[in-house]
Design a protein around this ligand. Structure first.
Ligand SMILES: *Cc1c(COP(=O)(O)O)cnc(C)c1O
Length: 393
């Protein structure tokens, strides 16, 4: 039995069958290159679904994390630690947001933003103004409330009753959104690029109009940057490229560089909404995770972010020359590939055999390489994707 088979068999017996997995067990890696339990090499174009912003086992990140780990791994939020405040300060200074709440994952961050929006409205306008408008084809997480917020029917199954108070609008249909926002609405929640929905960027004009409408009616604009945030699109947050300043921003995936960490960023309107007792989580602001995130943000300076844009363009240009590639979507290193025949899931499987890890998003192939991937690794990975696609000619 191979090492991979041994790992897979045990998992199959003891781990809940909630994931559809590929038959690969990864044991180690550096930057965008990793190896499975039987020594096979892969170029990683997934970064753990946008998590490993600095790739596998970045030296600076390891140093930051291990230094903190050998001093203090955790203390309750009843007390203060330095990394958490340091990280919040950096996030505020670099975004114009005013305060930060730390959570552990994207869904949990979105729950926090939803609670903040409802409390803001309840305090100011009383009960009944609690609806949150989200977009069709969105994805906001897997808790009962964030499933409710997710504008896809396939997610609204089995787990009844779902949280009330979410309505769905077609992305880009400002007339419909404006009509939905006439009564009882406390917030509009959007992803600027629908990630799980197929790497679909919203139109600039639509987003600007939504932001203006929200401001005019004192409706809060929540931007879910769980996938688009932390340099992924070539700016620290994607909202900067849309020329808006949201009232609430959520971040997760890439912020911890591989450790579980998420954040709710509060703008001027919402900065004082939460008082002691309103919201909390045991692991929130964990010093080890925050120390790693401080290093991630230190590295993501303007030069680094420009490189993300350049690498994104380079990848898109090379992909366009491959067989079966009918179109490219996304921004920076968040890339969707429209295929003219092969099913994306089949291409991902062929890619694994050819030594490259890729993702799907609905009908597209999706690439989220580590932001630090070298041009050498990018070339090697794209050649693997090319060989995978050539199998379908
Ligand atoms: C992944 C994702 C989430 C959920 O994050 P988890 O950490 O899995 O809870 C929420 N919103 C968006 C846009 C995401 O891409």
């Amino acid at each position: 039995m191979s090492n991979t088979e041994r790992i897979i068999n045990r998992d199959g017996e003891y781990v809940a069958h909630s994931y559809g997995r590929f038959p690969v067990a990864i044991v180690e890696g550096k930057n965008a290159t990793c190896y499975d339990a039987d020594g096979k090499k892969y170029i990683d174009f997934t970064s753990g679904i946008g998590v490993n912003s600095l790739g596998f086992c970045d030296d600076g990140w390891i140093k930051a994390v291990t230094e903190q780990l050998s001093k203090l791994q955790h203390i309750s939020n009843l007390y203060y630690t330095e990394p958490c405040g340091k990280l919040a300060e950096i996030l505020c200074n670099r975004t114009g947001m005013k305060r930060v709440f730390f959570a552990n994952g994207g869904a949990e961050a979105n729950e926090g933003a939803i609670k903040a929006a409802r409390k803001y409205s309840f305090q100011k306008y009383g009960p009944g103004r609690s609806t949150i408008v989200t977009l069709k084809n969105s994805f906001h997480g897997r808790t009962v409330t964030t499933l409710s917020a997710t504008g896809q029917d396939v997610f609204h199954n089995y787990f009844f009753p779902f949280t009330e108070g979410f309505e769905f609008c077609e992305a880009g249909d400002f007339t419909a959104l404006s009509r939905m926002c006439e009564n009882g609405v406390c917030a509009v929640m959007i992803e600027l690029i629908q990630g799980e929905g197929g790497v679909l960027p919203l139109e600039q004009d639509f987003v600007k109009k939504v932001a203006a409408l929200c401001r005019e009616r004192d409706i809060l604009l929540i931007v879910d940057e769980v996938q688009t945030g932390i340099g992924r699109t070539g700016s620290l947050f994607c909202f900067e490229q849309y020329g808006i300043l949201p009232d609430l921003v959520t971040a997760a995936k890439g912020i911890g560089g591989g450790l579980p960490l998420a954040a709710v960023l509060f703008g001027a309107k919402t900065a004082e909404v939460f008082n002691p007792g309103d919201h909390a989580t045991t692991f929130g602001g964990n010093p080890v995770a925050c120390a790693g995130a401080v290093e991630v943000l230190r590295r993501l300076d303007d030069g680094f972010l420009n490189e993300v844009k350049k690498k994104g363009e380079y990848i898109a240009d090379r992909l366009k020359k491959l067989p079966h590639v009918a179109g490219i979507s996304g921004m920076g290193m968040m890339i969707g590939v429209t295929l003219d025949g092969p099913k994306p899931q089949d291409v991902v499987r062929a890619g694994i055999e050819e030594g490259v890890l890729t993702l799907t998003a609905k009908s597209k192939l999706r690439l989220l390489p580590p932001l630090t991937a070298t041009y050498g690794e990018i070339d090697e990975g794209i050649e693997g994707v090319g060989r995978a696609l050539t199998r379908f000619l």
